[in-house]
Design a protein around this ligand. Structure first.
Ligand SMILES: [Zn+2]
Length: 252
């Protein structure tokens, strides 16, 4: 038994996103707001940050055409400080995947090892051209947001226990090397499912799907296999972008 806890630190809210980009085959025409949290895993040997959040609001609108609201305490450094940590205190960063809203602040974590799946790293350099912008790839004129700390990156192949009770779990489908993080807490195994599960309703499912794949899905079969695996290993699934996840500061 251990004392691992997951603290949610939001880095902003993206406004007015078509729900079809979030939920596969959604045709409601609805537009929704989504949160962009980082997750701090506390109580273990080392402090671990899962994803590093999104860029600043100016870059979000300039490069991605997305409106990002960021309250003063949603600045990543301020948010961490409120949680009692400084960037230098983080010794492990896990990038669930390398879309810009999950790794834009990697540069802050100069003392951390950064764990990413090898497949994701390879793909992020040269993705399908339609994904050049979401990866901020060099082929769209960017320097990828993770590039500055590439010397600290650890390219992982498959599952890995990074510290006792915290395990990397490949869950491809939304992107080739997406990984979730399984955290063994005193109230069961919590899966940070990243963009495999955008919203609580994605995991709950609807008439069409037992779990709703992400609107942006690269490989539907892989995604379905990832859902099936998550069902087997997780007691609780936390989504990546549901504003509801912010209602609690610490899980479990
Ligand atoms: Zn993504």
């Amino acid at each position: 038994m251990n004392n691992l806890r997951i603290r949610v630190i939001n880095t902003g809210t993206q406004r007015d996103i078509p729900k079809s980009a979030i939920c596969y085959k959604d045709n409601s025409g609805e537009r929704i707001d989504i949160a962009i949290p980082m997750f701090l895993i506390e109580g273990g040997e080392q402090k671990i940050l899962v994803d590093t959040g999104i860029c600043d609001p100016e870059s979000a609108i300039k490069y991605h055409g997305k409106v990002l609201d960021r309250k003063p305490d949603e600045d990543p450094v301020v948010g961490l400080r409120k949680a009692g940590a400084a960037p230098e205190d983080i010794s492990i960063v896990i990038n669930t995947h390398l879309h810009y809203d999950h790794c834009s602040n990697n540069y802050l974590f100069t003392k951390a090892k950064i764990f990413v799946q090898r497949k994701e790293l390879a793909y992020a350099i040269c993705p399908d051209p339609s994904l050049n912008v979401v990866y901020e790839s060099p082929f769209a004129g960017f320097t990828p947001p993770w590039f500055k700390n590439i010397n600290n990156m650890v390219a992982v192949e498959g599952e890995l226990e990074v510290i006792p009770g915290v395990r990397l779990i490949p869950l491809p489908g939304h992107s080739p090397g997406l990984q979730g993080v399984l955290v063994d807490t005193e109230k069961g195994k919590y899966l940070l499912a990243s963009d495999m599960v955008y919203l609580y309703e994605s995991w709950r499912g609807n008439e069409m799907f037992s779990h709703i794949p992400p609107g942006q899905v690269l490989d539907l079969d892989e995604c379905m296999a990832s859902f099936a695996y998550a069902e087997k290993i997780a007691d609780v699934v936390l989504p990546s972008h549901d504003p509801e996840v912010l209602k609690k500061e610490i899980y479990p």
